[in-house]
Design a protein around this ligand. Structure first.
Ligand code: CAO
Length: 582
């Protein structure tokens, strides 16, 4: 008899709302109890979540980029016959419990709790066992591995500091790794590194000494220049050893969606956290983060570390090699002549000419700016301008809105444009594609992004599966997403997976403009303000409501003729929406 159970994320302490970086099973897979289902990662650790029961995977309920917490559904499995496996802990499949201690504890530890069972234990001495020896006058302090539950005898895979470094409280000292997860151990105190007490390959457990620090007065006496690394107050020093739940993203995600997006996912980010196969690369969280910041796909980086692990140097060397290749955008002129041998940016003392105010760029602006810059420099853009006759469509839209007034849903031109773009993408599939080296990845799904102007900068929420939605549903969704964008509440998944973007400035003004392609997409449609124009119909001038369309395309992928055809098709659909049915 068929017996399908839902396997969920088990109790993993405070380690909540963490991102899925890899899904390790697919529908049809035959899995065993304890087999890893997904890998999750916070900024300081990663872990695999094991199955509580074995069977055949019937449905996978998460995807890369999703955030999960305890109780989040992961997969449905169908138990097979009498031999159906259960987790040793006997947990029902519904509870998906009992991940191996080695996998579970570090997560909860990382998440702010050496209290692996947060709430059950008192916040234990996450601080190193010996109380800081440093008094007000300073001294030396040995920082040890705090209580990290059953996560014992684990290998040090990275030492992140060296003798002489000024270390801040909470700064990561080493990365340790078990067979299922890795985590960084933070310092309980601030000071100068006097001696390293571990090296790569050592096994450590709770209480293992990691580093000897010169703290406070001692450090100052020895090296006054290090004063900036002021030791944390005692209370803070205690807290320091508690890896922090707060560092798992939700708070900042909520407040800085664009920045998150830019860091973690396309289109405004270089390499999604979900880069295909990235999770399969063997690397510590800090190396993953480093790679993400630089837009490096870890699956392409040759590993030289122990057990085939990717080290920070492997990432650096990969980038150096990539830059040295002929044609690399940032290659130095000497390395092949492809570099931009530009004059330095002009430095002007503006205050000499009048009153000024320096205002730092928002985080979203800084990150999206860097992405826009890369896209502008790396993609050979061409923009094809056209005009669509939307006289009838606008009349229809106004009529629809009158009819639906009570329902409170405003049908926007943007919603019609999304629908029309989907029809055009179906007709011209190379526009629904991304370049991957020498191949073109053609997408069979239709997720359309739209640029939204927010007080903090530009973000690009995505309407998923727009081909399967009607205009009214799309209008509702774009209005919800635009509101979330303005409120700074977009989640990373709201901005992922876009195939093609629309930038509509129609509500504001302008005649035409050159939108910048949202890499790795290959085209973007800019829409300006519609206006009545006199158009000759063969006998007379008639008024026509005309919508300016500016299609920027990646000329490496799309020829000028194809772009003109795409725009012509789009204008035909907008002029007579019945064409969408053809
Ligand atoms: N021509 C003329 N009027 C237009 C129009 C067009 N192409 N598109 C919209 N309008 C009008 C609408 O009819 C509406 O007027 P009423 O308030 O009188 O009904 C008004 O403009 C506002 O339109 P809307 O509520 O339908 O919003 P929208 O769909 O135009 O835009 C959104 C939504 C999220 C795209 C918009 O708020 C936004 O952020 N636009 C800026 C995008 C941007 O910054 N792009 C540049 C990126 S590159 O730097």
């Amino acid at each position: 008899m068929s017996n399908v159970s839902e396997l969920k994320v088990p109790d993993i302490g405070d380690f909540s709302d963490v991102e899925v970086i890899e899904v390790l099973v697919k529908v049809g897979d035959r899995i065993k109890a304890e087999q890893s289902l997904v890998t999750v990662e916070s900024d300081k650790s990663s872990m695999e979540i094991p199955a509580a029961a074995g069977g055949v995977v019937k449905a996978v309920k998460v995807k890369v980029g999703d955030k999960v917490s305890e109780g989040s559904p992961l997969v449905d499995v169908e138990a097979e016959g009498e031999g159906a496996e259960q987790a040793p802990a006997g947990a029902g499949a519904q509870q998906a419990a009992a991940p191996q201690a080695a996998a579970q504890q570090p997560a909860s530890q990382q998440a702010g709790a050496p209290q692996a069972d947060a709430g059950k234990k008192e916040a234990p001495a996450a601080a190193p066992a010996p109380a800081p020896q440093a008094g007000g006058a300073g001294g030396e302090q040995v920082v040890e591995v705090p209580d990290i539950g059953d996560f014992s005898d684990v290998e040090v895979i990275e030492v992140l500091i060296k003798v002489g470094d000024a270390v801040k409280a909470e700064q990561s000292l080493v990365t340790v790794e078990s067979d299922k997860s890795s985590m960084e151990i933070p310092s309980a105190a601030a000071g100068e590194v006097a001696e390293l007490l571990v090296k790569v390959g050592d096994k450590v457990s709770k209480g293992s000494p990691l580093v000897k620090l010169k703290t406070a007065g001692g450090a100052q006496a020895a090296a006054p220049a290090q004063a900036a690394a002021a030791p944390a107050p005692a209370g803070q020093s205690q807290a320091a050893a508690q890896p922090r739940a707060a560092e798992s993203q939700p708070a900042s995600a909520a407040s800085e969606p664009g920045a998150q997006q830019a860091e973690r996912q396309a289109p405004v980010e270089p390499v999604p956290a979900a880069a295909p196969g990235a999770g399969k690369a063997h690397a510590s969280p800090s190396v993953r983060k480093f790679a993400r910041e630089l837009g490096v796909d870890l699956t392409k980086v040759p590993a030289t570390g122990p057990k085939n692990r990717i080290t920070p140097d492997d990432v650096r060397n990969y980038i150096k090699r990539a830059l040295a290749q002929p044609g690399a955008p940032a290659a130095a002129p000497a390395a092949g002549g492809a570099g931009l041998d530009l004059l330095p940016w002009p430095k002007v003392d503006f205050a000499k000419f009048g009153e000024i105010e320096a205002k730092p760029l928002s985080r979203i602006k800084k990150i999206s700016g860097a992405n826009l810059h890369r896209n502008w420099v790396m993609i050979p853009h061409v923009t094809n301008n056209d005009e669509a006759d939307i006289t009838d469509l606008e009349a229809f839209r106004v009529q629809l809105n009158k009819e639906n007034e009570k329902a409170g849903i405003k049908v926007t031109m943007l919603a019609f444009l999304i629908k029309a773009v989907v029809a055009a993408l179906k007709r011209f599939p190379e526009f629904n594609a991304s370049l991957d080296g020498d191949s073109l990845v053609l997408k069979k799904y239709y997720h359309i992004g739209f640029a939204a102007d927010t007080p903090n900068g530009l973000v690009v929420p995505v309407v998923r599966d727009a081909d399967r939605k009607g205009v009214i549903e799309i209008a509702r969704e774009t209005s919800e997403l635009a509101k979330k964008a303005r409120d700074g509440k977009l989640s990373p998944s709201d901005m992922q997976g876009g195939c093609f973007s629309i930038s509509s400035l129609g509500g504001i003004g302008g005649t035409h403009f050159t939108p910048i392609i949202n890499a790795p997409e290959v085209a973007i449609l800019g829409v300006s303000r519609s206006a009545y124009k006199p158009v000759w119909d063969g006998k007379q001038f008639v008024p026509q409501l005309t919508l300016p369309l500016s299609l920027s395309y990646d000329h490496r992928v799309i020829d000028g003729a194809a772009a003109a055809r795409f725009n012509a098709f789009l204008t035909a659909v907008l002029a007579d929406f019945r064409r969408i049915l053809l």
